[in-house]
Design a protein around this ligand. Structure first.
Ligand SMILES: Nc1ncnc2c1ncn2[C@@H]1O[C@H](COP(=O)(O)OP(=O)(O)OP(=O)(O)O)[C@@H](O)[C@H]1O
Ligand SMILES: [Mg+2]
Length: 233
């Protein structure tokens, strides 16, 4: 059995109070295994982003534990949490979250936790953007911007990449290119957790978890993993 690298146990997250309470997460327990490609699917409002943000240490829980390397990150103080976010997890967001006033090269070298400044050129080449290093995000297409965001995440050397709807703002062709890149990164050994409401992406996963109304309602091993180029939506 593969090693568990993140063990989320009984996570509860609520918004509001009394009659107006919403359970964004209602007792969610999910393990993340080393080197897996885990896809979490579910409709809008099912709690996917909330869960991913918890794993990334950018949201706090009401109750529950998230064990990473034997420590519960939910108990971390701000300083430890900042280091965790900086060093342990890479993020890819639906709307890229690049800094618009910086060139794409600067976006990659200035990533918090970036260790190897020289690597920025290599990474931009790696994601197919050689020659565009001095362009600004607005001068690139959505798919290209998402590839910059992936290069930025890779510049951290974190073991795990958390992707929130990474193809959600892209046309089909660009979305597929992003999936192909994620597939390659996974094949090189990175653990990927991707949340999406595009069910078809689940075909690429080793394991698929379905969420609804803040709960895990299904968990399956995918016996027939398809390649990114076979994903259709
Ligand atoms: N800041 C907030 N204030 C109040 N309610 C919130 C807040 N953030 C999330 N929620 C609620 O928590 C629930 C889960 O939201 P979440 O963003 O995790 O869903 P999601 O599965 O990522 O949806 P989507 O596919 O639309 O991105 C929803 O009911 C949402 O309305
Ligand atoms: Mg979301």
């Amino acid at each position: 059995m593969a090693k568990i690298i993140i063990e989320a146990k009984n996570l509860v997250k609520t918004y509001g109070e009394g009659d107006y309470i919403t359970y964004a997460l209602n007792n969610v327990s999910i393990n993340v295994y080393e080197h897996e490609f885990l896809v979490i699917v579910g409709g809008s409002g099912s709690g996917k982003s909330t869960f991913l943000n918890m794993l990334g240490g950018i949201d706090n829980v009401k109750s529950g534990e998230i064990i990473v390397n034997g420590e519960d990150i939910c108990k971390y103080n701000d300083k430890k949490l900042t280091l965790y976010r900086r060093d342990k997890v890479g993020f890819v967001y639906q709307f890229f979250n690049l800094i618009n006033d910086l060139t794409i090269y600067q976006n990659v070298i200035l990533a918090p936790g970036a260790r190897d400044k020289e690597k920025a050129y290599q990474l931009l080449k790696r994601v197919g953007l050689e020659g565009k290093e001095n362009k600004f995000p607005r001068q690139l297409s959505g798919g290209q911007q998402q590839r910059v965001a992936i290069a930025r995440a890779l510049n951290k050397n974190s073991d795990i990449l958390l992707c929130d709807e990474p193809t959600g703002a892209l046309d089909d062709a660009s979305g597929k290119e992003v999936l192909k890149l994620l597939e390659e990164i996974h094949n090189e050994g990175k653990t990927i957790v991707l949340v999406t409401h595009t069910k078809e992406i689940a075909g690429m996963a080793n394991r698929v978890i379905t969420m609804k109304d803040g709960c895990v309602i299904k968990e399956e091993i995918n016996e027939h993993v398809i390649s990114a180029k076979e994903v259709e939506w």
